[in-house]
Design a protein around this ligand. Structure first.
Ligand SMILES: [Zn+2]
Length: 422
């Protein structure tokens, strides 16, 4: 690895400290250069204006091994007017319903219990507890999605979560028997304040469950494109056990899920809580150890694998272009924005990106300004290759686009390696 490739920009090197243990950060996990916010799609009338870019420089703490981005952009800028409504995804709704069935029966939740969800979005999950007659409360900072939750009968407090919110909720509503947080732990810059808040809110025998993408899968499958500014931390069992432990909480169970390229669902309780620790905790701890998650070198060698994958993606696109073939992308989501910007891909290599979301069609990708169209355009233009940027949904997309295969279009996924699906 060349020293130049890992050189740390001076401004960034000046001050950063680990958001959990406060050790100075000096080890780079990966540097993806400058990138725009992944949800800042541009209308045509904004194309003459400049866009804000922020560093996507990811550190690993040499003391606790928490992998993290600095808070380049505040949560208030990203999450207070949020465009993502969870209820739009049918597979995510099923995931939520299955979870509520499991949690209600495993932890005996009923009319005398209270479930609190942090980052409850539009009430997509809590509605299933409401159906079961379990009292619920949502906590959600985005007023527009919280309004949709209240309209479907899910009481929701419009606030960010932390110590202060937790204290107020306990005073007004009482403690929580179950605290749920899906895809929120990684999105919190003030990690200690957040976890301390859960300790305050949790009833003595209560349970916390949280889901987040698993860092081990990110590393093993070079999923560098799951890195973007909304994701402040990249979490392993090792890191989360330390953070919970520091705030009087203990993990007693863990499940590995397929969502978001491989996620963990952790189960926490008070350190002295009644829940017995399962074997799955020990098993995963051992597998993370065996994969080297307690050795700095495992983390610092990740960057070169990402740079190698960038060259692989570009070699494919350049070869295709040289051979006179056309490539279009599929999936104008955060992953696609990171991959396209980091690799420096522009419209000369990927003509357009197709996306099912009508909110994005007619707009332009942030940074690269590649236009976004309806997937209908793929059958009309019959490209040689469809580069599936939303590779976590590749089975769904390949089934849905099976008809364009007959037109001669080949399906390609970029992660963990460029692969053409015959
Ligand atoms: Zn640390």
């Amino acid at each position: 690895m060349s020293a130049a490739a890992e050189r740390v920009p001076e401004a960034a090197a000046a001050a950063p400290r680990c958001r959990f243990c406060s050790a100075p950060l000096s080890e780079v996990f990966v540097d993806l250069g400058m990138s725009p916010l992944c949800e800042s799609f541009l209308p045509a009338d904004a194309l003459n204006r400049m866009e804000p870019f922020y560093p996507l420089l990811v550190w690993v703490c040499g003391r606790c091994f928490l992998v993290q981005l600095q808070e380049y952009v505040s949560p208030a800028e990203i999450f207070t007017e949020y465009a993502y409504f969870s209820s739009y995804s049918t597979s995510w709704l099923k995931h939520a319903r299955d979870y509520t069935d499991m949690a209600a029966s495993r932890f005996g939740l009923g009319a005398g219990s209270r479930v609190v969800e942090i980052a409850s979005n539009d009430g997509y999950l809590l509605q299933y507890f409401v159906e079961k007659g379990v009292p619920v409360l949502g906590i959600e900072p985005a007023a527009n999605v919280a309004k949709a939750a209240v309209e479907r009968g899910v009481p929701t407090v419009v606030r960010f979560f932390g110590r202060e919110t937790a204290g107020d909720v306990v005073r007004e509503h009482g403690p929580a028997d179950l605290i749920v947080g899906n895809n929120v732990l990684a999105h919190v810059p003030a990690l200690n304040d957040f976890v301390e808040g859960m300790q305050i809110l949790l009833a003595p025998g209560g349970v916390i469950t949280m889901e987040f993408p698993h860092l081990l899968r990110l590393m093993q499958e070079t999923q560098f494109d799951t890195i973007y500014h909304e994701h402040y931390s990249y979490l392993s069992l090792l890191a989360v056990e330390q953070v919970f432990g520091a705030h009087g909480l203990r993990l007693f169970d863990v499940e590995e899920l397929r969502s978001h390229g491989g996620s963990l669902r952790i189960y926490g309780c008070h350190a002295g809580g009644p829940h017995e620790t399962t074997e799955r905790i020990g098993d995963l701890r051992e597998r993370e150890d065996a994969a080297g998650l307690k050795e700095l070198e495992t983390y610092t060698s990740f960057g070169e694998r990402v740079r190698a994958l960038k060259r692989e993606v570009l070699a494919f696109l350049l070869d295709a272009r040289e051979a006179g073939k056309t490539v279009v992308g599929y999936g104008a989501a955060a992953k696609g924005v990171t991959l396209v910007n980091y690799c420096g891909i522009r419209q000369d290599l990927v003509e357009y990106v197709a996306d099912l979301s009508e909110h994005k069609q007619g707009l332009y990708m942030p940074g690269s300004r590649i236009p976004v169209y309806s997937p209908d355009r793929i059958a009309e233009t019959a490209p040689d290759y469809l580069l599936i940027l939303a590779w976590n949904l590749k089975d769904e997309i390949m089934a849905q686009m099976a008809h364009v295969r007959e037109l001669g279009t080949g399906f390609v996924t970029p992660v963990p390696h460029i692969q053409v699906h015959e």
